[in-house]
Design a protein around this ligand. Structure first.
Ligand code: CUA
Length: 386
């Protein structure tokens, strides 16, 4: 009786071990699958510029040195466990304490490795501090993180022209981009994996970084759009806080900058949309060029002093030239008349917790207090069917 219960216990243990191995195998396969998927998206294994490349080189050195150390140490360990395991009838082995040569050797090797890798890391950090001297002039872009979208300000995009846009950054190829990072609310993190490592966006503190898009592969077929995202948990819709970086020839960049904010011709339908925009949207969103700095400061002050549920103006994406953008709502969906319609009708369906749904008078009873026809006029105005 007892022996049969023992054997069923050991069969149970074996099958639970087998289940665990299968689960481990599935998780490992899923991990490899996900890593494989990211090859063409936000992979850090493919660098499109010098900053990302130097970081990738450092990572590779660290990774492969550590892999070598791991394999050597584990091999010796496994060999010792198997070769010198206790067998039935073995006498107690001789007890040894201390071996100066071995201990000194085992201290010196890791010290050399850790110091070497540490020095390499620090030199890479210094090396990436500033764009190389003697290259083309850097383009300055100030990026502000908001719950849950990115604001891009070009103080001088060329010929002194100031541009403010949202969620889609446009940069010229082969030119250093100097970036200042800040946040209006909580801590976010700015990350374009193929151009540079991530850096935090902190309220009341400016962090700076730079990158340059210039790899041969990138230049084969310009313009190229790269993916970025917020990399710091920043609230309910953190995972929906994405952005794009479009790399183009300097000439195309210059035309983009020159065309920014050109007043469009307004159709009759769009005229009605313009009135709706003025009545419902214009306290938060600008659409005729860069936001006015005093207005931005006031909105931020009112927003920071407000409480959930207060219907007050909040910092919001600048909508100038919205028609030229590819995506909507911080890169979570393609920008089309249909998606824009659905977004305006009920943003909460796309981005839970967004401030537009929470604070705008238009959404105090849930979906927008507008007819489909009114939303279409608004889209006519926004997308320059205006
Ligand atoms: Cu912003 Cu996560």
């Amino acid at each position: 009786m007892q022996s049969s219960s023992n054997s069923s216990q050991s069969t149970g243990r074996r099958s639970s071990l087998k289940n665990r191995l299968v689960l481990f195998g599935l998780v490992a396969a899923l991990f490899l699958f996900v890593v494989g998927c990211s090859k063409d998206g936000q992979s850090t294994w493919e660098a499109f510029g010098p900053v990302a490349q130097k970081q990738l080189d450092l990572f590779n050195v660290l990774l492969w040195v550590m892999v070598a150390v791991f394999i050597i140490v584990e091999s010796v360990l496994v060999y010792a466990i198997v070769r010198y395991r206790r067998r039935p009838g073995d006498a107690k082995p001789p007890q040894i304490h201390g071996n100066n040569t071995l201990e000194i050797t085992l201290t010196i090797i890791p010290t050399i490795l850790v110091l070497g890798l540490g020095i390499w890391s620090v030199f890479t950090l210094f090396d990436l501090e500033d764009p190389p001297e003697g290259g083309p002039d850097a383009l300055q872009v100030n990026v502000t993180g908001h719950q849950w979208w990115f604001e891009f300000e070009y103080p001088d995009a060329g010929k002194g022209k100031k541009i403010i846009t949202a969620n889609e950054m446009v940069i010229p190829v082969d030119r250093p981009i100097e970036i200042s990072l800040e946040s209006d609310d909580v801590i976010h993190s700015f990350w374009v994996p193929k151009l540079a490592g991530k850096l935090d966006m902190v309220p009341t503190h400016v962090n700076t970084m730079w990158f340059q898009a210039d790899s041969d592969k990138l230049k084969e077929d310009l313009p190229v759009t790269l993916y970025g995202q917020c990399a710091e948990l920043c609230g309910l819709s953190h995972a929906l806080m994405r952005f794009r970086v479009t790399v183009m020839e300097q000439d195309d960049f210059d035309s983009w900058a020159a065309d920014y904010g050109a007043p469009p011709a307004i159709s009759d339908k769009a005229k009605r949309g313009k009135d709706l925009f003025t009545a419902n949207c214009s306290l938060c969103h600008s659409i005729t060029g860069p936001d006015d700095p005093a207005g931005t400061a006031l909105k931020l002050k009112v927003f920071l002093e407000s409480s959930p549920g207060d219907t007050v103006p909040v910092p919001a994406p600048n909508l100038t030239d919205l028609r030229t953008r590819q995506t909507l709502a911080a890169g979570i969906t393609d920008l089309t008349e249909e998606t824009l319609h659905d977004w305006i009708r009920n943003p909460e369906d796309f981005k839970p917790g967004n401030y537009m749904s929470e604070r705008a008078v238009l959404y105090q009873n849930g979906p927008a207090n507008l007819t489909d026809d009114e939303i279409d006029s608004l889209i006519g105005y926004l997308l320059d069917l205006r």
